[in-house]
Design a protein around this ligand. Structure first.
Ligand code: ZN
Length: 419
């Protein structure tokens, strides 16, 4: 039932786990497996340096990070605008004979990269350096393709991209932006075999009429890859209630709904998103923890949180990730997912996000597997396609586990059948 794992002091990256303390692998990371189904001793696998836990088995951060890269993953919350490669910004500036925002990639990274201590205004100004990349259908197509390609490199097999399609309207219309991003995603699916869907994002600062234009353009493309509507931006001055009729319209016309909330404002903002805008998922939700009654509402509704730890750290929503509430929500029964938000602004990838939480809040390998499966469960896909994706992930996750763990014949014989 038990296998032998390496000691907490080891930094070896060998796989599978070599000799050391016993490790119980029968902890039910794969959908349908329940920890209680196993007569084994529980022994979660964590990163060296994470929270003290006498029951845990520890591996090096580098090893854990490699596992997170290898693990099959889905990502639900990534903005095309924040996921533009610095090299691509320079390429497009050269191609269109525009002034370079910086002479080299390294210098550009300094300009557009977010650093601890900078505020929201500083974050928004980063985009001023490269707004020109959203001005042409061809470049938008390239950006979408590269988002999927970057994700595929770390085994993200399903991505929901989001973009605010109102750009420089003298150059590209809302419809052109959406069509171009969809074309880039189609190309990625054909060439890379990686599936994705698109969410149209509304800026809270917009007038309602402008938001409705975006919703209508999204609804018109719901059979071509747009699956949802999002609300983002200034949460403090523009409450979700302002957009209730837009979200009513989107829901009535078959779009899924997600709203950024509980980031700059507290739990009442999350409740507004859910109760007035029908949000099935909440972007961030970090401050939901401030009100247990609101947490109960979110749990009962089954609302999923799209959590973005590095974004929350750098924007000072949770400056110290050791206080990040993801495990609090997990233990409370609220489904959580982990996302990058704006990967090239925060200079992060999804494997890093998982590893960072493993280190800072003691998320175990098994927890990470569970969270990865949550993203599949919460995908804005039609039932049949979601069932296929879940089946694919369940079998891949099982194979992933099998590679990591050596199971004795005795243990295997007692293991319940996979669903
Ligand atoms: Zn976001």
């Amino acid at each position: 039932m038990l296998i032998q794992g390496k000691s907490p002091q080891s930094n070896s990256s060998a796989k599978p786990l070599p000799k050391g303390g016993p490790v119980d692998i029968c902890t039910g990371p794969v959908d349908g497996f329940q920890a209680s189904s196993y007569p084994c001793e529980w022994k979660p696998i964590k990163v060296i340096g994470s929270e003290p836990d006498p029951k845990a088995h520890f591996v090096s951060e580098a090893q854990f990070r490699q596992w997170m890269t290898d693990m099959p993953k889905a990502e639900l919350h990534t903005h095309v605008e924040g996921a533009v490669r610095p090299q691509t910004i320079l390429d497009i500036a050269e191609e269109y004979k525009l002034p370079l925002p910086a002479p080299t990639v390294e210098e550009l990274k300094v300009k557009i990269g977010m650093r601890q201590g900078e505020d929201l205004l500083a974050f928004l100004k980063k985009f001023d350096h490269f707004r020109f990349v959203f001005d042409q259908p061809e470049t938008l197509q390239r950006l979408a393709y590269e988002c999927i390609e970057d994700n595929a490199r770390e085994n993200i097999q399903y991505t929901e991209l989001r973009i605010n399609p109102r750009k420089n309207t003298e150059k590209v219309s809302i419809e052109q932006v959406l069509d171009s991003v969809l074309a880039g995603m189609d190309k990625a699916k054909k060439e890379l075999g990686v599936d994705g869907r698109l969410i149209a994002s509304i800026n809270r600062s917009y007038p309602v009429e402008s938001a409705m234009d975006i919703a209508k353009a999204a609804v018109a493309r719901k059979d071509r890859g747009i699956v949802g509507l999002d609300l983002a931006g200034d949460e403090v001055n523009h409450p979700a209630s302002k957009f209730a009729e837009v979200f009513d319209y989107a829901k009535a016309n078959g779009l899924h709904l997600t709203v950024h909330a509980g980031e700059a404002r507290g739990p009442e903002s999350v409740l507004q998103a859910v109760e007035l805008c029908h949000a099935e998922r909440i972007g961030h939700g970090v401050r939901l923890q401030e009100d247990p009654a609101a947490m109960q509402v979110i749990k009962e509704k089954g609302t999923v949180l799209e959590m973005c730890p590095e974004s929350n750290k750098l924007l000072n929503v949770t400056p110290d990730l050791k206080a990040y509430p993801l495990k609090t929500y997990m233990h409370y029964g609220i489904p959580v997912t982990i996302n990058t938000d704006d990967r090239h602004i925060f200079d992060v990838d999804l494997s890093h996000e998982f590893t960072s939480l493993a280190k800072n809040i003691g998320l175990s390998l098994q927890d990470c597997q569970k969270v990865a499966m949550n993203a599949v469960e919460a995908a804005f896909l039609p039932a049949e396609e979601k069932a296929q994706l879940k089946q694919s992930f369940a079998s891949q996750m099982q194979a992933f586990s099998s590679k990591l763990y050596q199971v004795s014949d005795a243990c295997a014989s007692e293991r319940p059948a996979a669903p």
